[in-house]
Ligand binder design. Sequence first.
Ligand SMILES: Nc1ncnc2c1ncn2[C@@H]1O[C@H](COP(=O)(O)OP(=O)(O)OP(=O)(O)O)[C@@H](O)[C@H]1O
Ligand SMILES: [Mg+2]
Length: 448
Amino acid sequence: MKLHYQLNAAFTTLLLVILSVTGFVIYSLILNLLVQDEQRQLKQNGELIVTFLNEEFGTIQNFQQFSDFIEEQDLQLFVYDKQLNRILDSTMANNVEKGFFLNNDFADENESLWEYGNDKYVTSRISFYPESRGLQLILLTPLNDLQAVQHNFFVRMLIVFIVGAGAAVLLSYFLTNKLVTPLSRLKSQLKKIEKRQFDQIERINATGEIKEVEQSVFEMAEELQRYMKSQQTFFQNASHELKTPLMTIQGYAEGIRDHIFDQEDEEKGLEVMVTEVKRLKTIINEMILLAKLDSEQAAYQPKEIVVSELVDQVIDRALPLVNEKGISLTHDVEGDLTLHADQEKLLRALLNITFNGIRHARSHVKIKATKINHMVTITITDDGEGVPEDLVQHIFHRFVKGKNGETGLGLAIARAIVEQSGGKISVEQAEHGGAKFVLRFFGEIDKK
Ligand SMILES: Nc1ncnc2c1ncn2[C@@H]1O[C@H](COP(=O)(O)OP(=O)(O)OP(=O)(O)O)[C@@H](O)[C@H]1O
Ligand SMILES: [Mg+2]
């Protein structure tokens, strides 16, 4: 069943239960109230009559007049002698009077509901003065009259309840509709995400938690789209990168097999094949490393490392290349800086960046490590041509490379390692041109 109907059904059932219980309670209370009110009125009337009779017909000589007065009253009443347990007088016919006397215990003062025939009567009893005479006036009202009032009241209450319930159900229908509509719209947007129709996703007007969910779904779709795009480019680039050396190898291999080349070209071909196979091996190793960094936490073994030692290791390994290129490599490391990271991997990341710098620098590469805002910050700056603007956005993506690039995996590996170490890597323009790579680490352990 749809949520909309479920909510409405639940609300309507709840409403019906509440109204039925309320109706039942009111219906049963109202008769009691009416009986009590009737008894109070009967008592008031009775007291008036008794006072009047006490004053006017206090003596036995006046009994005839007393009796006449009683019969004139437009009320149902008895004059009862408690001591003799006998009806002295009443406004009713003799047989009715007898019927009442037979059916009910006149002496029982606690019984206020009497029966006669199929009807019930509310009674009220007032003693004549002095009470020791045992003379009582008993007034009656048929319960039927009260039940008619009760019924009348109940019918009105029912009408009010039905109209009220109708309005409430309509309102609930309207409100649940308002609540559920964004959800069903969201569902259709999720269907689009499932079918990867990212361009057709629309924003939904909603409030409160649904708005938050909608925002999250939208962000998730954007992230998914970005991820799928990057995966797609990754596969395209990867297959291209692997295909190029393979085609070279294939070309030379076929040429050698078919004896197309002379001795000299054949040797050159074999040399190229060995180089290309090495390159393939490097690419595949780097891809495996990246996949490991992405998926295997165990591949990463962090410990406390001293930044100055790490930078020394970078310099040692970079020196041959620096000498070969005839440029200078300097470093400036603040003492006592430590990091919590996998030393081997972080060395690899720094080497990737430094080798890039050496390759692009005109005359100088500088490694600097310092503490900024409680964060260990390592910068590697060169004075080369800098990173082309169109490359800056994607430079850390896999297989993204510039004009004189090699595989385009070095910086992707560096980023994966830096992020695994709880840091962030970014690239900016150096002050005097050239590229400046900045590595910021948040989880620094300060020894000082
Ligand atoms: N210091 C730099 N100055 C200018 N451009 C740079 C610099 N470092 C990197 N780049 C650009 O970024 C691209 C990507 O670098 P990355 O290290 O990821 O790949 P690569 O150096 O081409 O190959 P490899 O995977 O062998 O490192 C490079 O091809 C280059 O165009
Ligand atoms: Mg590189």
